[in-house]
Design a protein around this ligand. Structure first.
Ligand code: KIV
Length: 337
């Protein structure tokens, strides 16, 4: 397909679909091939996407009201455009662009190597894929450890450069002044306590927290510190449901769980875990809803087989010489033999 500026053949249409309990219309314009046929799905691009009647993007007050009304908030991580658009289409309340992108997308062993540039770039892609969803950027290791001023400057980048709605950082008591400084700058901050992957070294590995009274006291002190410092929400990871229930009742801000059981204000899962795409390990707390790794590997295997055996590409995958020009075309090719 050749595309010339100002002469792009297009087709316009719309597909109705159900998002959550709402019906919306996805309006699209698709670039067409030279002969007006829709080109290869994988290469031709959807140029324009307008949502009519889209479920309204949630804000801080909606999240507080959901807590008051006992309505569970749904939250998943995403790191790129397609995953973000699937999450939005599924009616997800919130998306986290976690620094887990280091393991799930970039192939690192952990989250420590992830940089601000990695996070900003992935947050931008997610925002493009989910323009109508509350999206939170995760502050990577090193972006808030040095000073309050550094933490504010990096948090600002998430909003200015990547259009994030909020940021998340790990820790409680020890990051009180960071949370306060970022919140005072007018940025929504979500705390993250319990098992905090950036400090898995000091914690002795990826281990559940708050399993005994002494450890549970630390988690409670961290939770209180996060709320007192001005965070708008708290994420609790890998603690027993008894502790999660206590924190959700005690705090006025919403308390969300990843691997911390059901009795709180909502749930987060890592997309790569829940759809069976990340294969290195799957934490005990994950429910696996699909086996995307198997689906993709099988598709790739079939493609390799098809190319080797000549089954692909078939005639239906080819562009054809303009009708009536076949002989002239063959003669032209002959000139070059
Ligand atoms: O980076 C991330 O995805 C996270 C979750 C583990 C909560 O911080």
């Amino acid at each position: 397909m050749t595309l010339r500026a100002g002469k792009l053949p297009t087709a316009r249409g719309s597909v109705p679909r159900i998002v959550g309990k709402k019906r919306e219309k996805l309006v699209f314009v698709v670039f067409l091939g030279e002969n007006g046929a829709q080109g290869d799905r994988n290469r031709d691009s959807i140029k324009e996407k307008e949502m009519n009647d889209v479920a309204k993007k949630k804000g801080r007050l909606d999240l507080i009201n959901m807590k008051k009304n006992g309505e569970q908030m749904t939250w998943v991580t995403a790191y790129d455009f397609p995953m973000a658009s699937f999450a939005e289409a599924a009616g997800m309340d919130m998306i986290l662009v976690g620094d887990s992108l280091g393991m799930i997308t970039l192939g690192y062993q952990g989250t420590i190597p992830v940089t601000m540039e990695d996070c900003i770039s992935h947050c931008k892609a997610v925002r493009r894929g989910a323009p109508n969803t509350f999206v939170m950027g995760d502050m990577p290791f090193g972006s808030y450890q040095v000073s309050d001023a550094d933490a504010v400057a990096n948090a600002v980048r998430f909003l200015k450069e990547a259009d994030m709605d909020a940021i998340k950082l790990e820790g409680g008591v020890r990051v009180k002044s960071r949370i306060r400084a970022i919140a005072d700058a007018g940025i929504l901050v979500c705390g993250h306590i319990g098992l905090t992957p950036q400090s898995s070294g000091p914690l002795g590995g990826f281990k559940a927290q708050g399993l005994d009274t002494e450890s549970a006291r630390y988690v409670i002190e961290d939770a209180l510190a996060v709320e007192e410092s001005g965070a708008f929400a708290l994420l609790v990871e890998a603690v027993p449901p008894e502790l999660t229930r206590f924190l959700a009742k005690k705090l006025t801000i919403p308390v969300y769980s990843i691997g911390a059981g059901g009795p709180c204000d909502g749930q987060l899962l890592i997309c790569g875990d829940m759809i069976g795409m990340f294969q290195a390990f799957t934490p005990k707390f994950v429910k696996v809803y699909a086996n995307v790794a198997e689906v993709i590997t099988n598709a790739f295997k079939e493609y390799v087989e098809d190319v080797h055996t000549g089954k692909f590409p078939g005639d239906e995958h080819c562009y054809h010489v303009r009708k009536g020009m076949e002989e002239e075309y063959a003669a032209m090719l002959k000139e070059y033999e």
